[in-house]
Ligand binder design. Structure first.
Ligand SMILES: *Cc1c(COP(=O)(O)O)cnc(C)c1O
Length: 360
């Protein structure tokens, strides 16, 4: 068996310990004589797993009691619609801060149902920074303010939490959740697709303050109403059982290694090493403003574009895979989520350096 260093933006690497546990459990999970994929979501064993996953997540993020944790499907993209349909009455004002392509998509979806007010949009500098909050054009009557904590494609991450003035902050944390400590009570709602930093695709997490649930219009589909999930423990219909189980194993793993303060230190170190290397390089560069650089997704461009294909081919041969940048940005991108170790980052830098020396 040979495992590569996987820098995919999503679905992405999972901790080896978790994969081994899944492998061990697979044929005979908890002495049931079956795999977790074959078990009823209403059975005792699965119920236990589901509850433990929630309590472990609550422990990791220190989630206050007045917040619900929901296990949904539909990805972060469905949350673009659910947030708009649940947190605001139809055709009322909602605020969106645009710092890259995911935020733009979220705002576009919300504009089907609500009056979207764009509080800031960094398109003029090609989404390489976040506009100072003092210059934001917030509407004090907005039902919520939506931000994208970490723009996965552009590699732009907030280094502050916006001031809310009692407007609930909704944060798309798909690619940054569990990468560092946060203060959940600063947000009204947090959502994240699982396939970046939580577990396998198919699961979406929503953490929502209880007063924000139950305001949706009657005519929205049941499965798009947060209240349906709150009332049923996220089991109004069959949940994504395997992904929920695997996410639970990731939570256990994170607790075992010391929780979010421990992983945050590692993530800081990993990203610092890579940015420091890129910044002193003569071949590679990162276009993002230093204050807003992502710790999870690090795009880098080659000053000589004609050797990009060569870079991808040779890095792949060296066991460093999925480094191709998003088609809208080009160049390269290293996604260094929790499960990508410091060893992977060091191997990447070593490769990049050798490549630079040979090709400059
Ligand atoms: C990946 C991603 C999405 C889309 O997620 P899906 O689960 O594919 O719907 C949305 N927002 C951010 C920040 C992402 O990284």
């Amino acid at each position: 068996m040979s495992r590569v260093h996987n820098f995919s933006a999503g679905p992405s690497a999972l901790p080896l310990e978790v994969l081994i546990k899944i492998q061990n459990d697979l044929l005979d999970w908890e002495d049931s004589g079956m795999s977790v994929m074959e078990a009823s979501h209403r059975g005792k064993s699965f119920t236990h797993i589901a509850e433990k996953a929630e309590s472990d997540l609550r422990l990791l993020l220190d989630i206050p009691d007045n917040y619900h944790v929901l296990f949904l499907q539909g990805g972060a993209t469905l949350q673009f619609s659910m947030v708009a349909l649940n947190l605001a009455q139809r055709n009322t004002i909602v605020d969106y801060a645009i710092t890259g392509s995911w935020g733009k998509k979220a705002a576009k979806e919300a504009s089907k149902f609500n009056q979207v007010n764009i509080v800031c949009d960094s398109k003029d500098d090609n989404y390489s920074s976040i506009i100072d909050e003092k210059e934001w054009n917030k509407d004090s009557a907005a039902a919520y303010l939506h931000i994208t904590e970490n723009e996965t494609i552009g590699g732009v991450e907030y280094n502050f939490t916006p001031k809310s003035n009692n407007v609930p902050i909704v944060s798309d944390m798909s690619s940054s959740i569990l990468s560092r400590e946060i203060n959940v009570s600063e947000y009204g709602l947090i959502y994240a697709g699982a396939q970046k930093n939580i577990g396998p695709a198919g699961l979406t997490l929503v953490i929502v303050r209880d007063d924000l649930v139950g305001q949706a219009a009657e005519d929205i589909p049941n499965l798009m109403n947060y209240k349906t999930y709150v009332d049923s423990g996220s089991m109004s219909n069959t949940p994504p059982t395997f992904s929920w189980y695997a996410a639970g194993l990731v939570f256990e793993y994170l607790i075992d290694i010391g929780g979010l303060s421990a992983i945050e230190k590692i993530n800081k170190k990993k990203s610092e090493l890579l940015y420091q290397y890129i910044d002193q390089s003569r071949l590679y560069f990162n276009p993002v403003n230093e204050d807003h650089r992502s710790r999870m997704n690090i795009p880098f461009l080659l000053k000589n574009k004609s050797i990009e294909e060569k870079f991808l081919l040779e890095s792949n041969q060296a066991g460093l895979v999925n480094l191709k940048g998003h088609r809208s940005v080009g160049g390269m991108r290293a996604s260094i989520y929790n499960a990508v170790g410091i060893d992977a980052v060091i191997d990447l830098i070593t490769f990049m350096d050798k490549f630079e020396v040979k090709n400059i």
